[in-house]
Design a protein around this ligand. Structure first.
Ligand SMILES: Cc1cc2nc3c(=O)[nH]c(=O)nc-3n(C[C@H](O)[C@H](O)[C@H](O)COP(=O)(O)OP(=O)(O)OC[C@H]3O[C@@H](n4cnc5c(N)ncnc54)[C@H](O)[C@@H]3O)c2cc1C
Length: 247
């Protein structure tokens, strides 16, 4: 205690994430006279040390959503800014509602989030079952991270890496996007493409282009099923080939 200064411009009590972050951001803004007091033997022994490390946008109040927008931006740049790797994974954040009485409040929250530029998606049970499990299960099994290419641009994706492809359902051109935040995750990495059903191969071609532009090396291509001309898909790792009935 004798080493402590008797006066200071800023006194912060508590060496958890809030106290340390406050000290850091004040220092960044040029404040030099800061004392941080922690009663424990080490920093981060409170809630900060117990935290699961999940990050998300989906909050219920404007202030929290705005804070998450600012902090997620900082976290995506954390290693470059501080030199400390944080093993950040953009794997998404899914809330499963199991009680009818929560639905209205979550609808209100989603509307608020979207009004602030967070394009949270509302999935029905079937959509969640269809969209989440395969890639998640692969990731859990292989212990490798995954990124999802999107067919619609959302403002939170930043400067995406893009490629145009032709939609098999509408015949119209569509653009595939790699979220700016996912770019570093694939850059100079060996990646495996995973599609659901490969039919004309135009989405696959779009995926290849996006990954190529992002500096990744595609080492394998896979799908649940292929369809159409079987010989065309010899190099695709798939569970099976679907016949196409045209008559
Ligand atoms: C189990 C668990 C899981 C969590 N998971 C997540 C998650 O996934 N995502 C998320 O965003 N948040 C999560 N949280 C919440 C998150 O951890 C807290 O919101 C955050 O760590 C709070 O930081 P803090 O600095 O305010 O508090 P703390 O980390 O508790 O820090 C307060 C510090 O102040 C010190 N202190 C207290 N009184 C004094 C005093 N009089 N003098 C000196 N020092 C004092 C304490 O020793 C402590 O070190 C989780 C919390 C818990 C408990």
């Amino acid at each position: 205690m004798s080493d402590l200064p008797s006066t200071t411009e800023v006194l912060i009590i508590g060496g958890g994430v809030m106290g340390v972050s406050t000290a850091y951001h004040l220092a960044l803004r040029g404040v030099k006279d800061i004392v941080l007091l922690e009663r424990g033997p080490f920093f981060g022994q409170g809630a900060t040390g117990k935290c699961a490390g999940g990050i998300r946008h989906q909050f219920a109040t404007e202030v929290n959503i705005r804070l998450s927008l600012a902090s997620l931006k900082m976290l995506s740049n954390f290693e470059a800014e501080t030199g400390q790797a944080i093993d950040l994974r953009w794997c998404g954040y899914l809330f499963l509602l199991t009680r009818e009485e929560d639905v209205a409040a979550f609808h209100r929250n989603v509307a608020l989030q979207r009004s602030l530029g967070v394009m949270t998606e509302w999935l029905t049970g079937d959509e969640a079952r269809r969209r989440i499990p395969l890639i998640h299960a692969l990731s859990v099994r292989t212990r490798k991270p995954y990124v999802v290419l999107r067919k619609n641009y959302k403002p939170y994706m930043g400067e995406t890496v893009q490629a145009e492809t032709l939609s098999i359902t509408t015949g119209a051109p569509q653009t595939l996007h790699l979220d700016e935040k996912d770019h570093d995750l694939v850059k100079e990495k060996r990646v495996v493409l995973v599609d659901d059903v490969i039919s004309t191969g135009s989405t696959l071609q779009g995926m290849r282009l996006v990954l190529q532009k992002a500096g990744a090396r595609v080492v394998a291509e896979s799908a649940i099923f292929t369809e159409g001309e079987r010989a065309q898909w010899e190099n695709i790792v798939a569970l099976g080939h679907l016949p196409v009935f045209t008559g």
